[in-house]
Write a protein that binds this ligand. Structure first.
Ligand code: NAD
Length: 345
């Protein structure tokens, strides 16, 4: 049987995949550029403790391809890329990020990089010692990208709630998984818009602080959030969370959140569709940071909030088209992205 990884390798064309090694820093990183046919590739740096290098390769390829789809749907004059840094206990973190910076510089503007899970502001400053093709929070504004992502997800949830029969967000019950940079902003904005908000985080302190600051926000254990009966489940922790096991107890009516690659495999999108769960494709809903970061690089100024909020009508249009064509929304979204791209996938 052909695996999803094999499918990705054989069916998707990647422009470049580069392995960056620095034995002194105990560094192995992989840079993937999926598509630059519409402009430079954009993609952040993910630092993660992968079990095998193959897992890291699969992750970087999936993420880079998703960035291409994201950019195409958001009508950004750019494409998809990504970098993963294989974390290990003896990694010389600063040296590894500098080495990645050198590799990005050698690409001479084909790839713009920035933050992703595991990469923090000081890491990006290290990257910036070697290249200008990096989004530095100290320049773009601290929290600006997470804010843009949360704004886009909120707009996406509004569109989803409308399709569930709500006139606005008042009374819509949203379960937010992960209240880090994006999730906390989203949870606050939802509450402020009249939604009922339940949160969970592996870091109990984060939930406690957020709930204490926002009266009415409810907290559940991390293991309970995906089985909560609610209107919208908003995954804002990590991807791959919709799989056979989690689907068994899943009771939300819809999914819209910031996490990338929410479906652990395409088959789970089909199963959600069969179950009647409305799924707002991750690469449409979570494009806020890409839109903000890419336009900041390309135009030299931050885009207006309205440009990010266009994600709402875009999500709505995809959900409506999916319903009329009786297809899973992610299938329709991918097809629309490919239409924007021409023939490339
Ligand atoms: P973050 O690291 O600030 O927050 C993630 C949160 O999830 C943390 O609070 C962490 O404790 C929590 N978490 C981890 N495991 C959990 C579990 N099992 N159950 C519940 N909570 C858990 O990350 P972020 O920047 O807020 O991004 C969140 C997600 O959105 C990531 O998957 C990221 O790739 C994606 N995303 C982020 C942006 C952005 O602009 N930051 C843009 C696009 C996509």
């Amino acid at each position: 049987m052909i695996s999803d990884f094999d499918h990705l390798l054989t069916e998707s064309s990647f422009e470049r995949v580069i392995f960056v090694r620095d034995p002194g820093a105990r560094c192995l990183a992989i840079l993937a550029i999926h598509d630059t046919s519409r402009g430079p590739a954009f993609g952040g740096i993910r630092r993660h403790r992968y079990q095998t290098p193959t897992q890291a390769l699969a992750d970087v390829l999936r993420l880079a391809r998703a960035m291409t789809l994201k950019a195409a749907l958001a009508k950004i004059p750019g494409g998809g890329g990504k970098i993963v840094l294989l974390d290990r206990p003896d990694l010389d973190r600063a040296a590894a990020y500098r080495r990645i910076g050198k590799a990005v510089e050698q690409l001479a503007g084909a790839l713009y990089t920035g933050p992703d899970v595991g990469t923090e502001d000081p890491d990006l400053e290290q990257v910036a010692t070697a290249t200008c093709y990096v989004t530095r929070p100290s320049r773009i504004g601290p929290g600006a990208l997470a804010e843009a992502t949360a704004t886009g997800v909120l707009a996406g949830i509004r569109a989803v709630a409308e399709r569930l029969g709500f006139p606005g967000l008042t009374g819509v019950h949203v379960a937010v998984q992960g209240v880090g940079e994006v999730g906390a902003r989203l949870a606050r904005a939802l509450l402020g818009s009249g939604a009922r908000v339940t949160i969970a985080d592996a870091d109990a302190k984060r939930c406690a602080v957020l709930a204490a600051e926002n009266s009415g926000m409810e907290v559940v254990a991390p293991g309970a959030i995906m089985a909560l009966p609610c209107d919208v489940f908003a995954p804002c922790a990590f991807g791959g969370i919709i799989h056979d096991l989690t689907m068994q107890g899943f009771k939300a009516r819809a999914i819209a959140g910031s996490a990338n690659n929410v479906l652990s495999a395409p088959i789970h999108g089909q199963r959600l569709f069969a179950k009647g769960v409305l799924y707002a494709p991750d690469f449409v809903v979570n494009a806020g940071a890409l839109i903000h970061g890419a336009l900041w690089h390309l135009d030299g100024i931050a885009p207006p909030k309205e440009r990010i909020e266009e994600i709402g009508p875009r999500v709505g249009g995809i959900l409506d088209r999916a319903r009329s064509e009786n297809l899973p929304p992610e299938v329709v979204a991918e097809r629309m992205a490919k239409e924007n791209l021409g023939a490339r996938s």
